[in-house]
Design a protein around this ligand. Structure first.
Ligand code: FES
Length: 167
């Protein structure tokens, strides 16, 4: 049984409808509504997508394709610790591929996934804007650079063991 918190639509429904009412009923409002809905819920589960599609009168397939197109949106819950690892050119040539493989192997998750206990999620992203420190990852937005596979997993373990102070 996964420890990731169950999503309860009733908890968010009225707030969600309030958000949608602020926008025109068309697909041009979709990005903004999705953004606000994700701020509210933390991610965009199918039930939320359905309400948005119905209320804005947009095809459900359109909603899910927008979500998968933009890295910013997620249809699954994120972990307590969110690792984003860069696969941009500078990081790639300095070995980010090996780091990603090590993380995937050690924690059993791929990009876009969260561990069963809800602690860790992984996202592979484009340039994080810190190429001078490549290869780079962020954990909950905090950058860690000049990584190798061992260093990266050591840092992640520290977060998981509450030995890493978040700033
Ligand atoms: S390519 Fe990785 S931070 Fe720029």
């Amino acid at each position: 049984m996964s420890a990731v918190k169950e999503f309860k639509l009733s908890q968010y429904q009225s707030e969600l409808e309030k958000i949608i009412r602020n926008y025109e009923e068309d697909e041009f409002s979709l990005l903004e509504v999705l953004h606000e809905a994700q701020e509210l819920v933390g991610y965009l589960p199918k039930e939320v997508q359905k309400i948005i599609a119905d209320e804005l009168q947009v095809a459900p397939g359109k909603v899910s394709s927008v979500i998968s197109f933009y890295n910013h949106f997620s249809d699954s819950p994120k972990g307590e610790y969110q690792v984003a690892i860069c696969k941009g050119t500078a990081c790639y040539v300095k070995g980010s591929k090996e780091i990603i493989e090590k993380i995937e192997e050690k924690y059993g998750i791929s990009s876009g996934e969260t561990t069963e206990d809800g602690k860790l999620s992984l996202e592979v992203v484009r340039c994080l804007g810190a190429c001078g420190l490549s290869p780079v990852m962020t954990v909950n937005g905090k950058a860690h650079g000049l990584l190798n596979p061992e260093k990266a997993t050591k840092i992640i373990d520290k977060y998981l063991n509450n030995e890493m102070k978040e700033v």
